[in-house]
Design a protein around this ligand. Structure first.
Ligand code: GDP
Length: 342
């Protein structure tokens, strides 16, 4: 059923009509979403991690005695979900202490306390969206992590809120990356500034920043290279990209978002540190949560990188990006029944 350019997909989160030129009120309505559907999306996205790792919780919840087998089972579950050994050990110690102090004897009581402790590990609040105009967002991360797809998804979000968006293809090393961004640009009807293969990515960003000012663009999203085998050059290149953006547009880049592939789990965090050391990363985007059985890595991001999670990627379409919701994340991992908690 079509309602003035909106279709029934308004019941999905962050879905908006593809006619971005509609009136603001319609665009705003398009962003309206149903919280029940949103919770289900989180559950679906975390299904692999929940089934593969947290699936064991069901048997632990039923425990009527907190034996060493119970504690070992819980520890293995958390390790398998890829929370990282340090966090797992701290959680088990804390839970044992709580059980002693409160006289807990049941598995379900421990799992409830685990829920609270896990939320504490995610208590780093995401940075608010900067109010700068034009807003410059730079996406960094290793090749294949999901940067280009995420650039398009972020563009889509801004287009849905009525902003004029431009994309910059600053990965000049991989012709395919530029091509992919251009395809997204065509679909979104957004201008993509690019350079010749092998040309200076700094020059692409300079041109894109100039074009942003000249064409009165609200949001410039810069896709960058992530070739890790020449790590030093890459980091120097990213620093240059940020410098160049700042020379043309005051305060730019206002957001530097690190895209992490959730399927790489803890391994991805080591690589991620090279980026946080080089540039001033303001937030993390956890992509491919839907394909990962290691969703627990989300808990390690705050403590290892010291940077909040801004968005998560749930799939390959434009709508598959959500702002991070710690409670939905923890519930999506721990809630075994098919009924979504209120
Ligand atoms: P880049 O090299 O960092 O720019 O990565 P791309 O954006 O090209 O993504 C690499 C692959 O991951 C592509 O096939 C994307 O469709 C896929 N991808 C990106 N984000 C997600 C996600 O959230 N979920 C899933 N399942 N696939 C994703």
């Amino acid at each position: 059923m079509l309602v003035e350019g909106l279709n029934t997909s308004i019941f999905l989160p962050h879905v908006c009509t593809w006619d971005y030129s509609r009136s603001r009120s319609l665009r705003e309505k398009a962003r309206w979403y149903n919280p029940f559907v949103e919770k289900n999306r989180w559950r679906q996205a975390l299904a692999r991690t929940r089934r593969t790792a947290f699936g064991r919780l069901a048997s632990l919840v039923g425990a009527t005695e907190l034996t060493s087998t119970f504690w070992e089972g819980l520890e293995e579950t958390l390790i398998q979900a890829d929370l990282g050994i340090k966090i797992v050990q701290a959680l088990i110690e804390d839970l044992k202490e709580i059980a002693r102090a409160e006289g807990l004897t049941q598995g379900d009581q421990i799992v409830e306390r685990l829920r609270t402790l896990l939320l504490h590990h995610l208590d780093m609040v995401s940075n608010p969206e900067p109010e700068a105009r034009p807003l410059v967002i730079v996406l960094v991360g290793v090749n294949g992590s999901g940067k280009t797809t995420t650039a398009a998804r972020i563009a889509h979000r801004w287009l849905c809120s009525g902003k004029k968006v431009m994309l910059a293809a600053a990965d000049t090393y991989r012709a395919a990356a530029t091509e992919q961004l251009k395809i997204w640009g065509d679909r979104l009807d957004v201008e993509v500034v690019s350079g010749q293969p092998g040309s200076d990515p700094g020059a692409v960003v300079y041109n894109a920043a100039q074009a942003t000012l000249a064409r009165d663009v609200d949001v410039l999203i810069v896709d960058t290279s992530g070739r890790m085998h020449t790590e030093h050059n890459l980091m120097a290149e990213l620093q240059k990209i940020c410098r160049v953006a700042g020379k043309v547009i005051s305060g730019a880049p206002h957001q530097v978002l690190l895209v992490l592939d959730a399927t790489t789990g803890q391994n991805g965090l080591t690589q991620a540190q090279a980026f946080t050391d080089a540039v001033d990363v303001t937030g993390v985007i956890v992509a491919k949560l839907d394909s990962s059985a290691r969703g627990g890595v989300g808990f390690a991001i705050n403590s290892v990188l010291g940077i909040p999670i801004q968005y998560v990627g749930f799939g390959e379409t434009l709508e598959d990006l959500s702002t991070f919701d710690a409670e939905a994340f923890v519930n999506g991992l721990l809630t075994q029944s098919e009924t979504v908690p209120p």
